[in-house]
Structures are given as structure tokens and as C-alpha cells.
Design a protein around this ligand. Structure first.
Ligand code: FAD
Ligand code: SF4
Ligand code: SF4
Length: 479
């Protein structure tokens, strides 16, 4: 039966039930149980249908949230899915891994005093139902168009752009150096946050819709950037950012001090059933080890929680600021704490100590937050005499990512970059300084979020189409 809206005054917020932390520690399955239909409908009915929906304003893809909540409350799930899919290529992914506490839910007007509507969980419920009932269709166009796009990178930005252009009949080829599509969705983010079949089935659908994938092709090595440009009417660069920031302390070269992404890729590949020698040898495996993860973002949270599941003897997260200043999602910190991770706030590494070439500990120093700097952020200062050693036989460095040197890798020195190494684009056209070369996602924004990658990919598709149309119109206009 259809629920009335505005039920937040009567119904409490109920997020989907979480599995017991002890059980979660044993496997890599999703930690949340699914809403049942009654709970989804009830929770959606808590929405007060704001005339100016702040949830929507703060959603990067500008989702029409009040509409799909109302449709869910009325059990009109297929329509709810249509509305959710209209602005978002991967609503099933965003419902799972958007930091909703900072985006839609964090800005829900009933947040104060009543707790927000459970927007992400409802989005996940609608789209999971849509997949089960066959409402999600491949991007098969009504007619073919003789225009072609080459997309470098099969992450969320590249895939979102490819899907949008393919639906309009474009010939779309996506190139990626990895063997599986998804970018960080497949090899970065662990499956307890995003199950891998969710990502894999999208590629399958895209292929059914006529999108071509050239996997295992690194542009700049296996195929030159110039040859790629010659093959297509336009090119979209959506390569993400992969140069791991390092920590410049003594002992960095010791065995057992590893970059976060190498650790996560090994774990994800193992979960996908691949041969992973570095995991089997123990080099990229936390089983039985005392693990220290350095960093406080989402990548660090993924590393600590992966280590727990691999059977680490202990897991400590070392972060130089305090909990309130962590860049990672508070929800993920809470999940990690429940799963037994120890957080050493206001602590930074001074050195990695070792014996016989292998790490044995982290010499850490306590920090305190001092006066704000020019950006308004409190500076971190050492507390003299607070040095101490934390035992560690695996240290994972999760300090964020910068762009690789794309002009160098592509053999295209004219390709314009910012002083941070991200690609410079005209923000109205999303085009780089090279005609017909567009860019989207992390390679433009710097390390960001999946939902922003999707938004950028979709926007880039529109701009690319406009640019190609304008170029095609030129000779006619000149006549
Ligand atoms: P990517 O996803 O990085 O995809 C880029 C693709 O380009 C890759 O497949 C790469 O192989 C390919 N590529 C690169 N260079 C070449 C080349 N020369 N030739 C061919 N292919 C190339 N965001 C969230 O919203 N929620 C989260 O919970 C979250 N967790 C995260 C956890 C981790 C560990 C990390 C690292 C990131 C996380 N993020 C999260 C951020 C999010 O994953 C990224 O913002 C998003 O994936 C960026 O999308 P993209 O398409 O720009 O790039
Ligand atoms: Fe919220 Fe992300 Fe969904 Fe937007 S896409 S409604 S931010 S979960
Ligand atoms: Fe509904 Fe909250 Fe969005 Fe208002 S802000 S429309 S109450 S979800």
C-alpha cells in the first residue's frame, strides 16, 4: 500500500541492518543487508518533499531525489528506477559508495533532530531491484551515427561518457591498460564496499549495447596517442590519478613497506580468482601480521579493513590529525572501529625500523594541532619527546595520489597540464588545449569521488557531441 510522505515525524531513521562486526571480519561480502520492500517504502516516505531540495543540490549528478523517494514510497519501483537512472549511469554504485554523509544525506533538511532520509540505501534498493527484474537495459541506440570516440580509461568517468554517446548512436571504443573494466571500482575499492559482480555486469551490458573495449592496451606504450587521435573524431582522456604520494622517512625502502594501491589491487585480484604471486608469497598479504596503515582518507580505511579480513594480528591506522579532521568518511571510520581497527590519532611516522631488510616497526611521534595556516586549516606540530615505536611487519602507505606525467607518457609534450599535473581543460567545453581531446574525472579534478567522475563523464559526452556537430557544420556554413 502506498505510504504517505512526511513520515519523518513518526518514523525513525533506519539504515539497512549491518552484519555483525565479528562476522564481517571473516569475509569480503557487503556489510549491509538489503532493505526489504516494506522498509524501503517506509524509509522513503520519511521525505518531506522539499520545494527546494538541498539533498538534490548537493548531489553531484543532481539526482531528482524527492521524486524517486515518493515513487518508492508508492511502490512504483520501475518509475523510481527510471528517474534515478536519468541522471546517473551507475546509481547502484553510488547508492553503495557515495559518502552520503557529506553529500545528499548530510544536506537533507530533516537531518537536524530527526536524522536524514536514507537516500543512498533507497537508491541501492531501487537499482538492485531494477537489475533483478530486468529493467536495466544495454545502451543500444535507435540508430547508428557515423562518429567515433576513443576513450582512454574504463573507470567511472570513461564508462559514463561512453554509455551516453553510445545511446546516441556513436561508435565508442574504450581503451584500458587493465584486463578488466571499472578502473578503481574493480581494482581499488574492496568488495565489502562494492561487490565485483556489480561492476562486471555493467561492462557486459555495455558490450551488448555495442561499446567496444580494448583491454590490456596502454596508451603511450601499446598504442601511441597520435595514432589514437587519428582513429577517432574525438578523444576523451579519463585516466584517473595513480602516482602514489610517498612518505619521505628513513626505512622507506624496507621490505614490507608497500603502497596502498598495490596492496588493494593484489587483494581484489585474489578475490576475483586471479593468480597473484605477490599475495601468495605474503608480500602483499596481511595474514598474521601486525599492520600499520599511514593515512586518514578513504584509501586508508579500505586498507585497514582489508587487513582485518585477511587475518592480520593487529591493525593500526596512524593519522597525523585528529578524528574531526579526517578526510575519510566518518561512516567508514565507524565501520573500521567496529571491526577492531585501532586508530592512533595525532601520530605521524618518523622512520620505519627494520631487521635484515624487513620492516619491524614504525617510529612515530605525537602531533598536536596548532594555529591555522593561510588556508584556515590548523597546522600540525610535533610534540617534543613523544617518540614511540609501534610494532609492524607490514606498513601500508595510503597518503593519496597525484597525476602521472601524461604529456610524457603520451609522447605529447604540447598537452597542457596545471601546476598539480592534472589536465588543463576549458571548463565550458571540457576540451584540453589540443583540438578534439577532452578530459574528465580524476585526471582533471585530482583524486575525487566516483559520483563526480560519472557527472564529468556525462557532461564531457555532451560537450564532445556539441564540438563535433559544430565542426561538421563548418564547411556548410562556409559555403
Ligand atoms: P579511474 O577509476 O582511476 O579509472 C581510470 C582508468 O584509466 C583505469 O582503469 C586505468 O587503468 C586507466 N588508464 C590510466 N592510464 C591509462 C593509459 N595510459 N592507457 C590506458 N588506460 C589507462 N570514491 C567514492 O566515491 N567512494 C569511495 O568509497 C571511494 N573509495 C576509494 C577507495 C580507493 C582505494 C581509491 C583509490 C579511490 C576511492 N574513491 C572512492 C575514488 C574513486 O574511485 C575515483 O574518484 C574514481 O574512480 C575516479 O574515476 P576515473 O574514471 O576518473 O578514474
Ligand atoms: Fe546521494 Fe550519491 Fe545518490 Fe547523489 S548519487 S543521491 S550523492 S548517493
Ligand atoms: Fe526529502 Fe531530505 Fe531531500 Fe528534503 S532534503 S527532499 S526531506 S530527502
Amino acid at each position: 500500500m502506498a505510504e504517505r510522505m512526511l513520515q519523518f515525524v513518526r518514523l525513525e531513521q533506519r539504515q539497512p541492518d549491518k552484519r555483525d562486526a565479528e562476522q564481517r571480519r571473516q569475509d569480503f561480502a557487503d556489510i549491509y543487508n538489503r532493505f526489504d520492500p516494506a522498509r524501503a517504502s517506509q524509509q522513503a516516505s520519511r521525505c518531506s518533499q522539499c520545494g527546494v531540495p538541498f539533498c538534490q543540490i548537493h548531489c553531484p549528478v543532481n539526482h531528482n531525489i524527492p521524486d524517486w523517494l515518493k515513487l518508492t514510497a508508492e511502490n512504483r519501483l520501475e518509475e523510481a528506477y527510471e528517474v534515478a537512472a536519468a541522471n546517473n549511469t551507475f546509481p547502484e554504485v553510488c547508492g553503495r559508495i557515495c559518502p552520503q554523509d557529506r553529500l545528499c544525506e548530510g544536506n537533507c533538511v530533516i537531518e537536524a533532530g530527526f536524522d536524514s532520509v536514507t537516500i543512498g540505501a533507497v537508491e541501492k534498493y531501487i537499482t538492485d531491484t531494477a537489475w533483478e527484474r530486468g529493467w536495466v537495459k544495454p545502451p543500444t541506440p535507435a540508430r547508428e551515427v557515423d562518429r567515433s570516440i576513443g576513450i582512454i580509461g574504463a573507470g567511472p568517468a570513461g564508462m559514463a561518457a561512453g554509455e551516453r554517446l553510445r545511446r546516441r548512436g556513436w561508435q565508442v571504443t574504450i581503451y584500458d591498460r587493465h584486463d578488466r573494466a571499472g578502473g578503481l571500482l574493480i581494482y581499488g575499492i574492496p568488495s565489502f564496499k562494492l561487490e565485483k559482480d556489480i561492476v562486471l555486469r555493467r561492462r557486459q551490458q555495455f558490450e551488448e549495447g555495442g561499446i567496444r573495449f580494448e583491454m590490456g592496451v596502454e596508451i603511450g606504450r601499446d598504442l601511441s596517442f597520435a595514432d589514437l587521435r587519428a582513429r577517432h573524431d574525438a578523444v576523451l582522456v579519463a585516466t584517473g590519478v595513480y602516482r602514489a604520494r610517498d612518505v619521505e622517512v628513513p626505512g622507506n625502502e624496507l621490505n614490507g613497506v608497500v603502497p596502498a594501491l598495490d596492496f588493494l589491487i593484489a587483494s581484489n585480484r585474489k578475490g576475483l580468482g586471479d593468480e597473484v604471486p605477490e599475495f601468495d608469497s605474503g608480500a602483499m598479504n596481511a595474514a598474521g601480521k601486525h599492520v600499520v596503515v599511514v593515512g586518514g582518507g578513504d584509501t586508508a580505511m579500505d586498507c585497514v579493513r582489508t587487513s582485518v579480513r585477511q587475518g592480520a594480528a593487529s591493525v593500526t591506522c596512524l593519522y597525523r590529525r585528529d578524528k574531526n579532521n579526517m578526510p575519510g568518511s566518518m561512516r567508514e571510520v565507524k565501520n573500521a572501529e567496529e571491526e577492531g581497527v585501532h586508530f592512533a590519532w595525532l601520530s605521524a611516522p618518523d622512520a620505519f625500523e627494520g631487521e635484515n631488510g624487513a620492516v619491524t616497526g614504525v617510529r612515530a611521534v605525537r602531533m598536536h594541532l596548532g594555529l591555522p595556516d593561510a588556508t584556515g586549516r590548523q597546522q600540525v606540530e610535533r610534540v617534543p619527546g613523544s617518540e614511540h615505536v609501534a610494532r609492524a611487519d607490514l606498513v601500508i602507505k595510503a597518503l593519496g595520489f597525484d597525476p602521472e606525467d601524461l604529456p610524457g607518457l603520451f609522447g605529447e609534450p604540447a598537452l597542457g597540464v596545471t601546476r598539480w599535473g592534472t589536465l588543463k581543460v576549458d571548463h565550458r567545453t571540457m576540451m584540453t588545449n589540443l583540438p578534439g581531446v577532452f578530459a574528465a574525472g580524476d585526471i582533471v579534478r585530482g583524486a575525487s569521488l566516483v559520483v563526480w567522475g560519472i557527472r564529468d563523464g556525462r557532461d564531457a559526452a555532451d560537450r564532445i557531441e556539441r564540438w563535433v556537430e559544430a565542426r561538421e557544420a563548418l564547411p556548410a556554413a562556409a559555403e
